[in-house]
Each structure stands twice: as C-alpha cells, then as structure tokens.
Design a protein. Structure first.
Lengths: 664, 664, 664
C-alpha cells in the first residue's frame, strides 16, 4: 500500500452526520481493515453552506486533515446533487418539473433542473469555493462532480428546459423548414411554423414524433453534460487532480461519451447481484478502453443494496465479494469503493448494506475486505506493472442507439439486453473483447462488430470505411444502419449510403416475433441451420460478394440472410437477422481468428485475464470464478499464485468464486 | 375491373410527404398490382392550409387528376384529425383536456375537442372548401370524415365539454328534480341543486355515480357524432358521392348507431391477426346488415401492424392475407383498403407494415394482392349479381350495454368478450346470423337473441313485442333487462315492465363467480346438465309457460333457470344464467330451426357463405378456411370454382387459408 | 329478544331514498325475520339539510318513531361522510386534495378534508342539531360518527393540511433544530431551516424521508381522530347513549387506539369471504379486549359484497353466514349488522348484496337470519351471563409499526400478513389469545409477544419491564425494537436501551430473502432444525442468559439466533429471525404453558370458545366450524346443545359450518 496511490479500496463517508468522536473512531477502523480512500461531501451542501452565503468548511478541513494524517486518500465531491432547503425555498425556479407539469419539491435528492441558469450559478459558486479550499491537500487524489447524474430522472419539463430545447434545435437545424424536412413532420400535419412552437414531447394524445423525442433525449443528455462541464472547468482550473463523475448506465440513459468527454477518468456505480457477476465483466469491458486512465468502481455493495436490488446479498454468497473486487482490479480498474462505509441511522437509505453497521461494528463484509487488502499488497508490483492484453475484437456501444430502441422503434428490441446477449457470445468462449463507443479509434482491432446500431452517421461510416480498406472486418447488424441521424428512415433504401458504399441491397424486411407463426430458419455456411429471431432482412449483392447464409423457409426462402462483401484489404459482413445464440457463438469464434488465451483453459464461468507488460509480453494470468460454481483450470506451465506465494499445479480444481493471480 | 366501381382493392396514400416523381412512380406501381382505390388527405391539413386562411390545394388537384387518369378511384377525406400547429398554437382552446385537467398538445393527432365551437368553425371552413374544390372529379367515389373518431381518447374534460354536458342534461331531463329522481342521486347525498353544479365524472374519491358516468359516455359519443354531422351536411350539400367515416369498434367505444345515422355506408379499420380471422367474420356480420350499401374495410394490414398489434404478421402466414380479403368480399363488403400503400419514412408509424417499402419496392404482400385482383376480375359478375343469403337468426349488439358493463356493473362481464363468445356458438355450427343494432328492424328474422342487454327501453320492447306477437322467438338474457334507460335498477322488480308483459318474475339473483364456491348446475331439458356461470337468476312463471331448465344444486336447487313463455304467435325465452358453452351451442342449434347451408359441409374453421341472386335462389358458395388449418369440404353436387375456372370434386381437401368460389 | 337490548341482528337502512309505504313494508319485514336494530342516516345529509341552514328532520322523526313502535333499536349516525352538493359548491375549500394537487369533487363520498376548519364548523352544526332532536328516543341505543373514516383515502394534501401539519410538528418538536436532530435530516442535506418549509411528502424525485412520512401518517391519523372527537364531545354532552364509529382496519390504516380513545365501544365493518372465516376470529380477538363494552360488527355482507371483494359469496356456502354471525356473538360481540337491509336501486353500490332485493323480497340470506334469531332467543340467558375465558397469551398490534413497514423499511415485511401469520400459530393450536394494542395493560397475561414491532418506546418498555419483573415472559421479535419513536435507527446499537436493559447485543443483522442464495437454518433447542426467513440477527448475551437457538450454516453459523434472558421473576426472549411456521407453532405451544381448553377437542378449523361465568368458572362451550369442512368434536362429558335443547354425544361429527352452544 503506497500512500495516496492506487489500487484503492474505498468507501463513501458521511462525517457531516456523525459526532467528532465517532469520526475519529471510524477513521481508525477504516485504516484497520485496509480502506485507503474515502469519497466525501457529495451530499453535504447543507453543512457547507447552512444559509445562503454563509459558509462553514472548518469541519470538512478537519476531517480531511485527519484522513490525510491516516494516509487515507480523498475523493472530493461537489455537493450539487442535494441543494439545501433554503435554496429551493428561496429560488423555486431551480426545481425540475415532472411530465405532468408539477415541480419536484424538497425532501429527496436530485430535484434540481440541470438547465436552470440560477442553479448553475449556485453550483459555480460552491464548486469554486471547494476547489479553492481543498485543492491543496495531498490526500485529495480526485474530484467527483455531483452524484449519479440522471439517476432519479433524466428528463425535465420545466420552462427553462423548454426554452433551452428550442434554442438547442435552432442552433442545430438553423431554419424551421430544415427541421421540418429532416424530421419528416409532414406525417400527421405535425409541421412547425417556428422553433418557438416546438413542445417538449409530453401530453400527447398518442406517442410523440420519434425525431422530436430523440432530439429531446439528446438535448437532456447534453444538458446534464453541460451542467457537469461548468463544474469541471472550474476544478481543472484550480487543481491538477483528475476529475470524474459516477455513472450508472442502466438507470441514467445519458450519453456518457458526451458526459465524460472532458473528464479525466470514468467511474461507475454497480449493484448487480452475486448471481450475475458476469455483468460486471461487461461493464468493465467498456470502461477499460474508454479513457486513458484506469477506471474506478465508485460504488458497489459491501453486503447488500437496500431496496434498490432484490437482496440476494453478498454475505450469503461466500467469496462473491472478493471475486467482484478482483474482477475490477484484473480488468483494468484501480478502485473498488463501497457504498457506504457506515450504515445511515436515518433517512431514505437506512436499510442499505455497508462496511460497518450504524452502531460502528464491522459487518460481514469485513473478512473479504481485509483479505483483498492483503492480496493487493502482495500483488501490487505485478498488478501495477502490467495491463490487460489488448484484444482483437471490439463491439460498438451507442447511447443514441439505445434511445432509438427505447422509444420509437417497435421492433421489440430491448437494447441493453440485446447487446449484452451479443457480448456474452464472446465472454462465454473466452474471446478477448473491448466494448467501445462509436467515436473510439478502431485501427488496432481486427474485427469490429456493430449490432443493433440504427444510426451509422457519416463520420462513423468514414472511419469504418478506412478500417475495412486497411484490412479490417466490419460486422454490420443485426438491425443496424436503418435510421438517419434525425431518427427517420432513409427514403431511397433501407440502409442509405451504406448500401451504395458496399453495393448491397436490402430487398425485404419484416418482423419475426409473434405467437402463431412458424419459425424461420437459415442455413449458415460452415455453421449449420439456425433459427432466425426478431427481424429478417433479405440482402442482395449488387457488386462482388459471398453469401454466408440463406433463408430456408418462410416468405424469403432462398434469399440471402448473411452476406460478405470484400472491400479494400478487408471486408464488410451484413447480418440480416438475429441468429440463434449457439450458431452466433460458433461464427464469432471463427471471426475472432483464434484470439484466445493460449496459456490456460478453464470451465465455463471462470474468467482468464491475460496481463502483459509494457512491451506486450504476457507475464501473468488472473483467474476468477465469476459463475460461483467453481470448476477446473488447466495451465500450460506450472505457475505461482502470487496472492498466496505458492506454486500451483497445472491441473487445478477451483472452489466457487476462487481468485488466483498466476505468474509464469 | 370497371373504372371507378367496386369491388375495390384500396390503400391509404400520402402524396403530401413525397416528391412529385415518387408520386408518379407510386401511382404506376399501384395500377400495376391492381389497386383501384386510394384514400387521400385525411392527415394533410398542414399542406392544404399551411397558414391560417392561406390555402394550397394545387398539389392535391394534381394528384387526383393523375389518379383519375390512371383509373384509380379516390376516397377524399376531411383532414380534421390533425389540426396544423398554427391552429392549436393560435387557438389553444380547441385542445382536448385529459382527466387530470391538463390539455393535450401538438405533436401527435386527434388532440382536438369535438365540442369546441372554435374547432367546429375551422372544421366547417376546410370541409366546405374541399367539397367545393373536389366534388367535381369523377374519380372521387366517396368521402371520409376525419379519421378514427375516438381512437386516441373518447372522453374530454375541457371547459367546453363541461358546459355542453350540463346543457345536454338540461335538455334531456328538463328539471334538476327530474334528474335527481331518475338517477336516484339520494344515495350518498349526491342530490344536485342545479344543472350548473353537475361535474364531469372525474376526480372522485370513489367511483362516480353510474348514471352520471353513463350519461357522460352518451354525451361524449353524441359529441363526436355531432361534430361528424356538421361535416357530413356540408358534403351532402355539395355532392352526391356517399359519405362515411372509418370506425374502430374495439378502441372507440362510441355509439355507431348514432355516429353513422346520417352517413351513407359503414367502413371500419381492423388489425386482428391471422390466428383470429374469425373475428373479422364477427365484425362483417354486424356491418353487413347495418346500412343499405355494402360495407368497406377501410384499413387493414397488408403485412403487419406496427406496434398496434403484436406482430404475428400476415407475411408469415401463407394465404392468410388472401383469406382475409376474400372474407370481406364474401360477407358483403365491397372494399379492402390497406393501411398503407407505402411505409412512412418518418414519424410515429414508421414501423407499420404496408404494400410497398418506404423505398418504393413492393413488400411481401404483393403476390396476394395481385392474385386477389385477378380473382375479383374473374368472379366479378357472380359477386356483383349475388348477395349473402339472409339468415333467420339475429343477435343484438348495443353500445349503451357496453357502457353499462364498462363502468358501473360489477358482474364481471366484459361485454365484448361475452358477446363474441355467444356469437361464436353460431359461427362454429355454421348457423347463418346477423349481428344487429337495437334500432334495426327484426321482422324478417325468426329468432332474435338479446344477451347481455341491461337496458331494454320502451321503444325496443314495443318492437320486440310485435315481433313475438307475429310469431318470432325472442331470447332474453343472460343478464338483460335489469337496468332503466338512466342506468339504475328497476324498483318494483328485476326486469320492470318486461316481467309484467310476459308474466314472469325474477325471484332470486346472485353472482356465481368466485373461487372457493362449488359450481352450480342446471338440467336443461333435451340438452343435458350444464354448469351455470357468472350470474344466476331464478324465474317464476306467473301466467302460462314452460320450464326449459331447472337448477340442480346450490341455494336455488329446484327453481327455474330457463323458461319459455308463449305470447301471441311466438314466444319469449328467458335465460336466467350463462350456460356452459357446449350446451349453449346445442340449444342454439335447436332454436335455429335447421337454418344452415344444405349445399355443403366442411371441417371446423372453414366458412361456407351462401350467395343468392335477387329472387333469393342460392347460386354459389364462397368457401374460406379462416382457421388456417385446412380441412375437408363436401358439396352436394360437383361445382365449378370460378376463381380458377375448374370443376372441383364433391369431396375436397383444402389447404390452410384456401379460398374457393363455387358455382352450382 | 328484549326490547332495545343486545344481542342485536341489525342492518343499515336508507329510508331517505324510499317512499313512505315502502318504509312501512320494510319495517314490517325486518321485524318478521328478526332484525332488532337498524343503523340510520349516515349518508342522509342532503335530506336533513337540503339547502344551507334549511333543516328537514320530520321524515327522520317519523321513521324513528315507527321503528321504536316496532321495537327496533336505532343506531343514529352523523351524516358527515357525505356533504351535500350545496356545501362543496359553496365552500370548495372543504374538499380534500389528492397527491397530485387536484381537489376531489362532488359525486362520490368522503371527499372532505378532516382538517378543514370550515368543514369542522358544518359538522358541529349538524351534529348538535341531531343530538338535540334525536337523543330523546328510547330506541336510539347508540350513535355512530360519520362512516368509515379513511376508507376512500387516508391522506390529504390540501393547504389546510399543510398548515396543520407544520403546526403539529412545531408542537411536537418545539424547535426546528430538534426536529432536524431527531429525524437525522442531514442525510441528503434535507435539513430544514424552519417549520414553514416542511412539505407534505409528495412530489419527490425519490422516496421521501421516512421520518417525514411517518409523522405525516401520524398527523393524518390524528387529524381524523380530532375530527371525530369534535362530534363525539357534542354527542356525549347531549346523551348517555354510547358513541362509536365503524372501523375498517385493512383499508383505513389509521391508529384506532387514538381514534377510539374517547369512544365507548369499538365497531368495525368486515367483508372477508366464507373461505377465510378465520380472519374474523383474528379481528374479534383484538376487538374484544380493546374496550370495556362488547364490540359490534357494524357491517358485513348478508349475501355478497359488490365489487369490494371477489364475490365468492355467502349464498353459495351453506351455513357460512350463520357461522360468521355466531363467531361474533361467541367471541365477545353483541351485534351483527348487515350492509344493507335492502339493495339500492341506484348509485355506486347497486350490485352490493343485501338482506332484501331492491324490489323488496328477501334474498337467500333470509333463512340463516331467521335461524340465528331463534337461536339467540334460545341461548340469550346463557350468552349474556357468561363471557369469553381470559387467555394467558397476548400479541401486540401496533399501527405505528404498520406505518413503518408500509413505507420506510425495505425488509420485505408486509405487516398485516406477517402479524396474522404469527397469530395463526395460536389459532391453529386452539391456544386462547388476545391481540392487544401497545397501550393495553398486560399484567393479567403470562406471555406477551411483540413481533414486528420496530418502535418500542420508553413508555411501553417501562410497562413491559414491570411485567417481566413480576414474572411475565416477554417475547421480543422478530424484527422489533430497531427504530426510535421518530422512525430512525438507534445510533449506538440495533435495539437501543433494550440492549442495555436486558444485557443482550445484536452483533450482526442482514436480510435473508432473495433468489440465488442458500437457505439459512437454525437448531432450536427442543424444537429441531428450522429454516430462517426474512431477516437474521445474531444475538450476544452480555449478562446471564440461555441460548435457545443457534444458526447452523451461512455467515453467522454458530452464533445465537434466539436467546432467553432471566429478569426479575420473569424472562425476556429475543427472536433473532422469522422461524419456519411449523417450528414456531411448536415453540408457542411450549410457551403457552398448557393454556388450552380441557373440556373438549376438535379437528382443525373448528373453534372451541370457552365461556365462563362471573367467578371465572367454565360453564359452556361454543363450537363453530369456521373452516367449512366439518370434522370431529370430542367433549369430556356429555353436554346439551342449547341451540336445539338436545343432549349431544361425547363424540360428534360436525357438518360444514356447524355451530353448537354446549352447556355442561
């Protein structure tokens, strides 16, 4: 453990609600079980500024000094998630408004509108002050903006938002004629006579126009990002410590590519259960390639997660907490921080699990926390001198895609589920993969997959064209490319300029779901017969190309389901339907070109992560049973588990949730 | 195919959102596959009147001329379902209001209030103009008012409605004392001190008074009808072309007897799935006897129906589209029109199926459309010179009955389901039947069934009395006659004057549903033992009469469940309970007096429709497998299938969804 | 049957909606079948005061005189549940407001706000008048306040409530600092700057602070109680007749300890089904010990209960009505009153079952009513000279506990269900028990159980300490004592001063529910192994004590689950988890110390109630098959069934729903 350096085991800490003597005890206890980072102050505005303009920061200085003295690093937060009562009482225009037109009121959290000019002012003032006061501490190793943007709601319907939304559209579309044209408002005579008449998409007699809704989602997402950026700039001006905010992708549905654009690293809060530890791997696989610095898990349950998640808790699954923690460190994270250190004795989250009980004694998480601290100390050098081996495969992740499926498209696709199912085909076969945003560079990958990506804009298409020209394989679909950047269909063909570029043509397209219909199958060359799901597209090759799969029955029997088009040194592959999972797996394995770990093999549910040194040489493996069932591990050579310091046999039986850090 | 004459295969067409060159292409394509009618302009107000008082109709003249030139008939629509943005921005008082008191806003459709005086003015102006401009075209064969009245909502809570509702009640009840007396407002001290204090039935601490709610539903239904009639009068003044509007009974819950009173023919939109084609037969069976002209199916899915209906689509059920189309023509319709010709490239209904894709190529519906066009051409003469043989049995359908069960009655009856289940007993036994409104003449039937008809008012009773006196059989119940026209109970007996007229008496009445109770059975003379469902009534014969069924067990064991009362030359039969379905079928078969087709017999799921010429002689049979499973057909004589021109054997095996048009 | 004396068979009667001749007929019919009490006028305000200040009470005098003449007792009601239309039209500020901010409107019932000063004035005026006019009648044996307080809603969000709530908090907490401290508002910076800024807990971006919500529920409950007390005082001033109101515990969720504090007896409305007659026993078991006078069942279904309860009705379960009635009399009630005498011919409750149909003839309830009347006459002397034998065991029931679980606690406990399940362990073993409120005296019991009782305040703790010191056994838990009176956690330990008093310590505490986790078991000394449910607590003994159960597996394997602490002459037992039901039953049987009826034994589902005379000697048994399956009864001696006057054998087979009243 090096002072104020990762890897961190951290926890959220609320000294503002405890007596001084308890705080001292708590810090002693933290140190005792190996906590070396605390997150602080994100809900403490009422204690920093108990009345307008009356600041009280002495208590916070004291706490940070005490932490610093005890060699515990600090993540300092801006407190804007919880405006004090005097602020919303005095300036009710800062309150966010619900779709029914009524404003949220004091008594919970996140009830402010991110577009409120007044709130932005208050937010600037408190942020500036905090930076001035606290940027000098050595212990303050990072800053967090606000808390969980978009968690309680991610849409606001207040007059400020309405005004800002109209400005936003005016800036984006220039003229109302242009907007009418690009959105196709002519359907149902929706044509607007001016930007000042565009509504927020509420109180519809039917559902609103998908282009209106899509732009509103984009606007709201940007509004949160804008709000964040105001604080970020002030902090970056006053300190060199890195800045982040804590995401929560499943709830927020904000565009993180935008939200984190100028932030230094990505951190997220995850409360998935021990029975689905694989979902942490998915999340870490997109967080790792996102930013240049290692990611943080800023919150996770030490025991259980209150009412947020059904309480199949970590205390009842022996070893699961340790496995969850090690998944973070193994896959490129440098921090696991718990929410929270000590259970609240009051308020909405009293029942939420924690590292210590409200009365101060450690919970059942203690043992695992101590163990991982010792293991981190033992493996520190190896961990910090290596990184995860760069994979050959990448899968696109897109928030605009999510919005398209969230709202407008009736294709029965639940984006998150569909993408994670696609992703699982890699994980279950131990094929290394990154999950990347559409702006990410792709040149170091061999294969890039773009499933469920309705909007492929010109910029992305240009990048992917270069990628293919230079030898890459681009897998497009299922259900990709069929929408413009304004969330309309293309007029001239299903996939617009993609069809022109690769000389393919979507001839038929129809939904497959629904009871009372016979299943449609395709014959997949070299893979076999598989059931088609969700949507079926028939593909014509207009130039050169190879048919990979043909529909066997139904109305498009004999037509192409999957085609491959050579292009430059590479190729584009079009998936015209969602294949059966087993066959998809087999095909992805073929595509991956043997990019799997050769040093070891293990039963399903056991993750093998290859760690390489700076010149790319594989030097170690982290083995984690995330499935919770244990299994077998076979390594090529006998290796040493540096968590225990002992040599291990080449053929091993692993206990449930076992973790090994093996060195050649 | 005769120019501008039915039978039509039609489609909704939206030239307002396409370029001129595409429109020309589209019309060429329509003609190519046999479309001979398009419906036009029902959502095009923003293009007709882009700013208040600024009219642009040139584009529409051009389109209609082009259609006329191509011998495609036109159904011209008034565009009032979609007020342009300038109208609702400038006159927000036209917006309908939700039960929570907030107004709908621009961005969807049907957001206007039908009672709004201002909106009625605008509606008159645009209708008058359209009639003036377009009534001269030979191609314009029909007019449609608005689009799907009541689809998005069928209740409005705006100040204009409140004022109109009070006026409506004043006109109907004259004095507030009379209203208080007839409604029985004394329950819960609901007595009103004046019409000006009667609320719309919203914001109740508990459910509102059933008489208030019933009158409100009637008022709203009439309000839509009144709105429609304003347009209808203007059109009838300017043209001799027939006027209709497109209903959607399952959604609208408006009184079509009233809505269509002065309209020339009935048209409806149906999106039921291939797995339930029998429901089309049900709908056609009430549409056929309703008006003097043949009915139209104004909208139906060519492929699938967007998000409106789970997408078990017509493209995956080979032959189902053709069967659906032929059901329409066989059962008395003259038009099948698709929604819509070409998929939208923008807006709320982008995913909805269509005849051609948004990019112009035909969808998988093409083949069936071409085939039916050819078949219509081949069978045209036979079809147009014959009509469906008039059945001996009729079943009452009533919107007020629906409202009673929708709201006030806690008898666990879902009206639509209950009525269709009753209806099915006829269909499954190939007993010809009409479904008729309560105002329809009955003298040509032998048996009239009035199930689930709580309100039997004096007018209906008088008509039915004459019917029975003249030899008819009237089947009353289950669950009929127990409410006054004001939706209260009768005070002196369960069935009021019906009991006096037929000298019967309901002695006991109680619900049967509920777990934990033993089933109640009745012994049905000549039918057998059957389980009683939903409600049980015990019936006493006060004059002459015959007991048809007696309860076997439970608290009314030994009392009468079904009685028959001779009256004049006919008889009234009272069903005191909902019998088991199997026994109900057997009994209905007995009642029908052998009124089934004698020329052929077929497996279940195959409809045989007898077509007669003007003097009533049976000359042909239309055979349609609507069940989708195929089966056997046996005809008395060898006949000719005029769809193919070939003789068919007397014993045939039919493929799923097969259609034959057999001539003796 | 003694004039104007219990036992009563009663019914609600609405003469205001019937003609005079019908009223006379009805009273004759009542008398004929044995009704000797009617409840009257609770919804008749519009008839008493048809316009403001214009009173018409003649009709009511006439009805009461007629009833008195016919020796039918009267329960006179205040009509405040249904303000007339002129009142709410003229004074809309009396209307209660929904959480969304809109006011309820006329047309239903209970739409007034109990805190409205204006409504309280109107309520006083009408109550005073009624007392003045009607207290002189011999027939008026009781008064009922309003009707079903809290039935339609038990929270109001109007400005009057907001103001009153703030006053309420100010009175309770004195200073805002004190409130902030006791509630722990520091979580999420919720700290209030003044009482005038505290909101009603609506429109939260997330859920509101549990202390705010808890206080709001307490306030609202007290607000109804205050409203009731205003009327109660006026009535008590004018008459010596006892005063009550009709509760409905499952819906109201008001604190009946408070509501009934100054009322003379408890009455409730119950509509549970024949299949769950055991729930009546539960209700009667808390009503009996509550007040010094016998309780009344003020409403129950004679046949079925409209839409309120699925209609598995009493008419289809032969004998169930009689059994329900006898349960009331046997367990300490003196009145069974039906809702209602005659079915309404109009309004919201037309479908509700009744003693006679709307047209006046008796329903299928008639036979049972006549029979019970005869049986009461026969057993009158025995019944009135005896009372239910006082049990040794008591179980605590608490409305504040219900509120804690209703809202704030995420422990997956549904309070009503959990408590009734605990209670059932007594009933199913025929262990006599009282269900008591926390203010009830406990000194006459041997064992008091306090399960699911989060708040054990100082007053209760003091009483229970004395109880234990004097030899009582106090069973605490599961899930008790973990909240302060302000609905926060204790800071220093899980159970606060309880831990100090009994020298025990909760070391670990965690939820057990959730899929994907292995079950946790405990070994219960002398009982066996049992599965732990819902929550697990590990208990340390700091002083003397005995371990009763130890966890067998899971994270607290080896730690104590149940401990017993000797204290004074008695002991405290702490249940650290919810045990399996079978084992809980066995243990409760041990705890009860053999306090079961020794005079007879019967099959499950048959209730044996021992009746004692004034000196406590057992003189009779009431035997009721509430399970509806019949079974065997064995008595020690041959006894006489005074309902029939016949001797019965010592070994008997009982028919379903059989009732016997056996005398030694």
């Amino acid at each position: 453990m090096i002072k104020f350096k990762p890897p961190y085991i951290g926890a959220a800490f609320y000294p503002e609600v405890w007596d001084k003597s308890e705080i001292e005890e708590d810090i002693k206890r933290m140190k005792g079980i190996g906590i070396n980072m605390v997150r602080i102050a994100e809900f403490a505005w009422a204690y920093m500024e108990p009345a307008e303009g009356k600041y009280e920061l002495g208590w916070l200085h004291e706490v940070i000094k005490l932490l610093e003295k005890n060699e515990i690093a600090v993540t300092m937060c801006t407190p804007t998630a919880t405006p004090p009562e005097w602020l919303t009482s005095g300036y009710p225009e800062v309150l966010a408004v619900k779709e029914d037109g009524t404003a949220y009121q004091h008594g919970t959290r996140r009830h402010y509108c991110p577009a409120s000019p007044r709130y932005r002012e208050f937010s600037k003032k408190i942020t500036s002050l905090l930076v001035k006061e606290f940027s000098g501490y050595e212990a303050v190793v990072a800053w967090q903006l606000d808390n969980e943007f978009g968690c309680e709601f991610n849409t606001c319907w207040c007059p400020a938002c309405l005004a800002a939304f109209r400005k936003y559209l005016q800036k984006k579309y220039k003229t109302i004629e242009n907007l009418n044209t690009l959105w196709g408002t002519g359907i149902w005579s929706q044509n607007y006579s001016g930007f000042k008449h565009i509504p927020l998409p509420s109180r519809g007699a039917a559902s609103h126009h998908p282009s209106l809704y899509f732009n509103y989602k984009e606007f709201m997402s940007n509004s949160f990002a804008e709000f964040a950026r105001i604080q970020e700039k002030l902090i970056h001006k006053g300190t060199s410590a890195p800045v982040t905010t804590n995401g929560m992708p499943c709830f927020h549905r904000l565009d993180y590519q935008e939200l984190f654009r100028t932030l230094d690293f990505i951190s997220c809060d995850f409360y998935m259960q021990p029975g689905e530890l694989w979902t942490y791997i998915y999340e870490f696989d997109w967080m790792r390639p996102f930013k240049r610095r290692p990611f943080w898990m800023m919150e996770t349950a030490a025991t259980w997660a209150g009412g947020l998640v059904p309480s199949s808790s970590y205390v009842l699954n022996k070893g699961a907490l340790r496995a969850k923690m090690w998944l973070t460190y193994a896959l490129g994270g440098e921090t696991v921080a718990f929410w929270h250190w000590r259970a609240h004795w009051s308020g909405q989250e009293m029942e939420h699990g924690s590292v210590t009980y409200s009365w101060g004694e450690p919970t059942l998480a203690e043992k695992s926390v101590r163990q991982v601290r010792e293991e981190l100390d033992r493996s520190f050098e190896l961990l910090s001198s290596t990184s995860v081996k760069k994979p050959k495969s990448a899968i696109h992740l897109s928030y605009p895609a999510m919005w398209v499926f969230d709202f407008g498209a009736r294709s029965q696709v639940k984006y998150d589920t569909a993408l994670q199912q696609f992703y699982k085909a890699f994980l279950e076969q131990s094929i290394p993969r990154d999950v990347i945003y559409t702006e990410a560079p792709v040149k170091d990958y061999s294969v890039v997959y773009s499933p469920f990506l309705p909007i492929i804009d010109e910029e992305l298409l240009k990048k992917m064209k270069d990628f293919v020209l230079n030898g890459g394989t681009w897998v497009i679909g299922p259900l990709s490319g069929f929408r413009t950047a304004d969330n309309t269909a293309h007029k001239d063909s299903d996939m617009g300029i993609i069809e022109d570029l690769f000389k393919i043509h979507v001839r038929h397209k129809f939904p497959l779901a629904g009871s009372g219909t016979a299943p449609v199958y395709m014959e997949w060359s070299g893979i076999g017969k598989t059931k088609c799901e969700n949507f079926a597209v028939s593909l014509e090759i207009k130039g050169h190309g190879k048919v990979l799969a043909v529909y066997k029955n139904g109305p498009v029997a004999g037509l192409n389901a999957i085609v491959e088009v050579p292009f430059g040194k590479g190729k584009a592959v079009f998936l015209g339907t969602v294949p059966g999972y087993k066959e998809l797996k087999a095909w992805i394995k073929k595509c991956s070109g043997g990019d799997i770990c050769r040093a070891a093999a293990a039963s399903e549910g056991i993750l093998i992560t290859e760690r390489v040194n700076k010149d790319g040489t594989s030097v170690a493996l982290v083995i984690i049973d995330h499935g919770g069932k244990g299994g077998k591990l076979e390594t090529k050579k006998a290796m040493t588990n540096i968590l225990t310091g002992k040599k291990v046999k080449k053929l091993l039986k692993l206990a449930p949730y076992e973790v090994l850090f093996l060195k050649y």
